[in-house]
Each structure stands twice: as C-alpha cells, then as structure tokens.
Write a protein that binds this ligand. Structure first.
Ligand SMILES: Nc1ncnc2c1ncn2[C@@H]1O[C@H](COP(=O)(O)OP(=O)(O)O)[C@@H](O)[C@H]1O
Ligand SMILES: [Mg+2]
Length: 446
C-alpha cells in the first residue's frame, strides 16, 4: 500500500515541496497518470518554483535511473528537452530522507515542470486550432526532433501524450524521456515499441530504440498538427488521443489516411509546392517498410522552415481543453474554491456519495499485434473494482468474456487473431457504473 497521500508535503534534502491542487478540481491533487507512473505537480516552498515529480510504478523502479539521469543531463540544453535535467531520489543520495516514510519514492524523478497541455489532451478534447497555429506547432515540433536527430539521438516514444504545448506561447517540450536512444545511453530493459496510433509496423515487432526511432511517430504528430484545423480530421480522431486507430496504421486503403493526404494538399496558407512535398513525405512514411526508409526529421524541419510563422502572442486555441483527472483524492489542506470550474464531472462533496463515473481507457502501449497485451485505464476513487468485457462484435451482440479486476490494468493473454472490442466499468459497494467507450484491438499475427 502506498504510504504517500497527495495532501502531504515532502522534504527532499533541505527543500520542502507541497503537492499542487488540480487546475480544474482544486480539491484534488494535480496528478497525471501515464503507463509507467504518476506525475505530480509540486511547488518548492522556498521560491515557489513548480516541478514535476514522477513516481514510478513498482516494476519501473530501477537503480539504472540514477546513471540514466546523469547522462540525460547532456540533452537538457537541446530545444524542448528541459525535462532531461533531473534529480533521482535514492538511498544514500538525493532526497534519501524521504524514503523511510515513503519507500515508493525510490527512483522517483524531480524535473522542471513544463507548462502546457499535451497534444493528447488537444486531440481528445477535439479542440480546434487555426491553420497558422497548426503550421507553427508542427514547425516547432519538427525543430525539436530534428535537433535530437542531429545529436544522433531519438526520443523513442514520440506520441501525443509525451508532447506538451504551452497554450499561450506555443512553446513545445517533450517529456517521458527515460527510454531515449543515443550511442551514449544503455538499452532499456524493456525496449520501447511506441504508442498505438503512432508506431510503425517495424516498431511494433522489433521496438524503436534506434537512431531512426522517431521518424515515423514524430512524422505522424507533425501531420496531425498540420491538419488539425480541419473539422473533418478532428471529427474522425479516436477517443484515445490519436487520429489513427491502431488497426489502420499503414493501411494504404485507409479512408482516414486518404483524408489526411487530401487535407495536407489543401492547406491554403502554404505554397502549393510545399503542400505537395509535405503530402509526399507523409506518403513516404506511411508506405515505408522500415523506420530507416522514412524521411529524416531534418527534412520535415527543412520544409516547415519555409512556411509562414504565426504572429507573436498567438494562442493555441480558444476551445476548452479538458484536464484529465485521476482518482478523487481530496487535498485536505487546499483552499476550497466553490467557483473554480470543474470541467468534466460533478464536484466532490463530502455529504453526497458520487455515483460511479465512466472509466477511460489509456492508449495501449507495447502492443505488437500478438494476442497478449495489457489494458490500462484511469482509476476512479469511487470504484472498489472494475469489470472488463471482451466482445468480438462491435455492437456487443455476442456474449462477452467478463473479468473482474481489483486493479486498473488487466493483462489479456493468447487472444487468437481477430478484432476485439473491450469495455470497462467501475463497480462501487452499491452501484455499477456506465460502460466506458470501446477500445478496439486487432490481433493480426500469431
Ligand atoms: N515535466 C512535466 N511537466 C508537466 N507535465 C508532465 C511532466 N512530466 C509528465 N507530465 C504529465 O504527466 C503525464 C505522464 O507523464 P509521463 O512522463 O509521460 O509518464 P509515463 O512514462 O507513465 O507515460 C504526461 O502525459 C503529462 O501530462
Ligand atoms: Mg508518457
């Protein structure tokens, strides 16, 4: 059982940090969950600077993190890579005083907080952006990946959840850098296969811990950004923070692929030869057999440097981008602020029992097309357990296989080839919640 409660302060060496309240639900901790851990926004009391504290799930806590972080420091000077400057909490080293009380902080990482929203949040909120903003953020994204490439490095999990955009300045930062490739870094124990919706066929099979590891995934992100002004593109995106569903990746007859090529060719703000060249590069990555066959990230940057720039002060969007909220852990010490907007759910009140909300699946990572994979979803504090249903028909007309889980993940093993439709719902002591939206998974090889 974790000993740490999000309403606590922690002291690391001589500095005290408080856990910040959630921007859209001030009674909750500002925590974001990824596949490997939970990231808290913390504030250093002495100078009010905010940091990100990434607390890893048990199986990702490795002593290697110490060596890795000292090597990552070299990359912090590259554009968009500020999170490479980090401290690792460990026995006998930084922050070791906290470990007696909270052993789960072993190998947790303290790094600069990147202000902004993930591209995942923009996609899943279907927030509209102007064409010139799409071009600007695509250009800045290409600059970051091109500079990594020039340093013979790759992020290796370029995906919408790992890229943050400052809504006011359009500054972009990459996060989640623990699996980066560089000749100076050691191969991680679990080689990154990328995230569904962004990974190349080759990456799903062999992983993408290699110098070309971002060529496909970052290309997809750049193209998503360039096309996001289009209503048709936004409407067709998945609910899982991607435009493409995993099953349609690199399918030449995919209608969504055709729509994207078409949208690229019609970006009025770009000269026609530039539109054509961008569309051609997208076709090249989509049709490529290997990561090395994909155009270099420097070539995206070269093309986008020729595009018009957005005016200084241009904001990302006027649409509301919902903040994901994990759990319902109240921060007792935080001030109550009844007027703060709570976007996607009813505010917590101690006198009423919240009914069970719907559960949200997280994007599938490391699915290599075979029948064994792990489903993950965001926790609900009101749920005591979860029910996962596996269907083989999209309209749920068949009898599902149902599994009860006490955790927020489920490893599903040995599914034969075919299409599967998963739904999950929370179960409290008194109630069963609504089904989540469907997660479709295609098992396409033995
Ligand atoms: N340095 C940071 N600044 C701001 N938000 C961050 C930072 N690091 C992580 N996050 C938030 O936490 C989420 C999970 O972090 P991430 O490092 O991607 O974890 P995982 O390895 O589990 O995917 C991100 O999608 C982002 O919303
Ligand atoms: Mg991540």
């Amino acid at each position: 059982m974790p000993s740490f409660k999000p309403d606590q302060e922690i002291t690391l060496d001589r500095d005290t940090y408080g856990i910040q309240p959630h921007p859209s639900a001030p009674k909750l901790a500002f925590a974001q969950e990824g596949a490997k851990g939970t990231v808290y926004q913390v504030i250093r009391r002495s100078d009010k600077r905010v940091f990100a504290l990434k607390v890893f799930k048990e199986r990702f806590r490795e002593a290697e993190m110490i060596r890795l972080s000292s090597k990552l420091a070299d990359f912090a000077r590259l554009p968009g890579m500020a999170v490479c400057s980090r401290q690792v909490i460990h026995q006998g080293g930084y922050g070791s005083n906290v470990l007696k009380k909270h052993p789960e902080f072993e190998y947790a990482v303290l790094m600069p907080w990147s202000s902004g929203r993930t591209w995942f949040d923009v996609i899943s909120s279907r927030a509209s952006i102007a064409p010139q903003v799409g071009i600007e953020i695509a250009r800045r994204t290409s600059a970051i990946f091109a500079s990594l490439e020039a340093a013979s490095a790759a992020h290796c999990d370029a995906s919408s959840g790992n890229l943050l955009i400052d809504v006011n300045t359009l500054d972009i930062n990459l996060i989640d850098v623990e699996d980066m490739y560089s000749p100076q870094l050691s191969k991680p124990s679990g080689v990154p296969h990328g995230t569904d919706g962004y990974n190349h066929r080759q990456a799903r099979n062999e992983g993408q811990w290699c110098p070309e590891g971002d060529r496909f995934a970052a290309g997809i992100i750049i193209v998503e950004m360039l096309c996001w002004h289009s209503d048709r593109i936004r409407e067709k995106s998945t609910e899982d923070g991607t435009y493409f569903a995993p099953s349609e990746m690199q399918e030449t007859n995919s209608a969504k692929y055709q729509l994207m090529v078409d949208t690229l060719q019609r970006i009025d703000l770009l000269p026609s030869d530039l539109r054509e060249r961008l569309a051609h590069q997208f076709e090249q990555i989509w049709l490529s057999q290997t990561l090395a066959e994909c155009p270099k990230l420097g070539s995206w940057h070269f093309l986008l440097e020729q595009a018009p720039r957005a005016l200084l002060g241009t904001r990302l969007t006027d649409s509301e981008i919902t903040w994901p909220v994990i759990g319902w852990k109240e921060i007792r010490s935080s001030e109550r602020n009844a007027s703060s907007p709570v976007t996607n759910f009813a505010p917590f009140s101690a006198s009423t029992t919240p009914s069970v909300r719907s559960v949200r699946f997280m994007p599938l990572t490391n699915h290599d097309g075979r029948g064994t994979f792990t489903l993950r979803w965001l926790p609900l504090s009101e749920a005591k357990s979860y029910e996962v249903a596996r269907h083989q028909t999209p309209d749920f007309s068949d009898v599902p296989t149902v599994t009860n889980c006490g955790e927020t993940s489920l490893m599903v093993e040995n599914n034969p080839k075919g299409k599967y439709f998963f739904r999950v719902r929370g179960v409290s002591e008194t109630e069963t919640g609504p089904w989540s939206s469907t997660l479709q998974i295609t098992v396409w090889r033995d």
